[in-house]
Write a protein that binds this ligand. Structure first.
Ligand code: A3P
Length: 285
């Protein structure tokens, strides 16, 4: 490691709590079980929001679990060393999280009945959210300016590599019945219906009061105050003082950050990289 990243299979990863051996083992040996539910995303796409929703659905709206156990323990990241250790020991139906691109995801998934929920988000918002995240964390390479991060993002020189490759890979799974594709934008626009859609996918039935509780307790403002979910318990070795996982929680924040020239350059690359994918698959312009 020379540039602040840990490199694995040609992709940059954060360098703390990740290891080459750990990634190799997670990608090639991790056994995904039929009863597992895996939340997959490119970083900054609303992963923690999705975890909170799933935990609340699982508890039928009861908040005991989300208020007493940290979010990374409820749904550990399978490719992070500490997450992998937790998962290896865990019995029964497990919640797992992963940002792995499709081609590195454990192959055991493909012969299992495990359910995957892939959450995606407008990549310009992912970019802006990522800029604030990686400038206030200590476990990966820090950008010096938004302009620099913008260039890195376009080149895929950011943790987990290119957004475009990530989404293209996972999109190939979209017709499988054990894969649900969701977007941050639809969760924002109609959280109730989207949560109902998740329940249906998971085969869970909630009564109206339980559903109300899921909705309320996974809302941005409630989650922001839940110290088991807002990552405020992360040690100083991982994050700076001004770090926030629940930063703004809106759609379209990129408009407050990217210049017109940056937005145009982004759109040009987007057209090239996403050619062949119907526009209707994505809920952003
Ligand atoms: P912003 O930085 O744009 O505010 P991830 O969990 O994949 O790291 O994504 C983090 C993004 O999801 C952040 O976006 C964060 O604010 C947003 N987020 C987290 N919880 C949310 C919630 N309950 N409702 C809406 N957005 C949420």
């Amino acid at each position: 490691m020379t540039d602040g990243y840990l490199w694995f299979e040609g992709l940059p990863f954060p360098s703390i709590d990740y290891s080459y051996e750990g990634l190799k083992e997670a990608c090639t040996k991790f056994v995904i079980k039929d009863e597992d539910t895996v939340m997959v995303s490119y970083p900054k796409s609303g992963t923690h929001w999705l975890i909170e929703i799933l935990c609340l659905i699982h508890s039928k709206g009861d908040t005991t679990w989300i208020r007493s156990v940290s979010i990374w323990d409820r749904a550990p990241w399978l490719e992070i060393d500490t997450g992998y250790e937790l998962l290896k020991e865990r019995e029964g139906p497990r919640f797992l999280t992963s940002h792995l691109p499709f081609h590195l995801f454990p192959k055991s998934f493909f012969t299992s009945k495990a359910k995957v929920i892939y959450i995606m988000r407008n990549p310009k918002d992912v970019l802006v959210s990522g800029y604030y995240y990686w400038t206030t964390t200590k476990f990966s390479k820090k950008p010096e300016s938004l302009d620099q991060y913008f260039q890195w993002f376009l080149q895929g020189y950011v943790p987990y590599g290119s957004w475009f490759e990530h989404i293209r890979g996972w999109m190939s799974m979209r017709d499988r019945e054990n894969v649900l594709l969701l977007s941050y934008e639809e969760l924002q626009k109609d959280p109730r219906s989207t949560i109902e859609k998740i329940c249906q996918f998971l085969g869970k039935k909630l009564n109206p009061e339980e559903l109300d509780s899921v909705l309320k307790n996974s809302s941005f403002h409630v989650m922001k105050e839940n110290k088991m979910s807002n990552l405020e318990t992360l040690p100083e070795t991982y994050v700076d003082k001004d770090f926030k996982i629940t930063r703004k929680g809106i759609c379209g924040d990129w408009k407050n950050h990217l210049t017109m020239a940056q937005a145009e350059a982004f759109d040009k690359l987007y057209q090239e990289k996403m050619a062949g994918f119907p526009k209707e698959l994505f809920p952003w312009d």
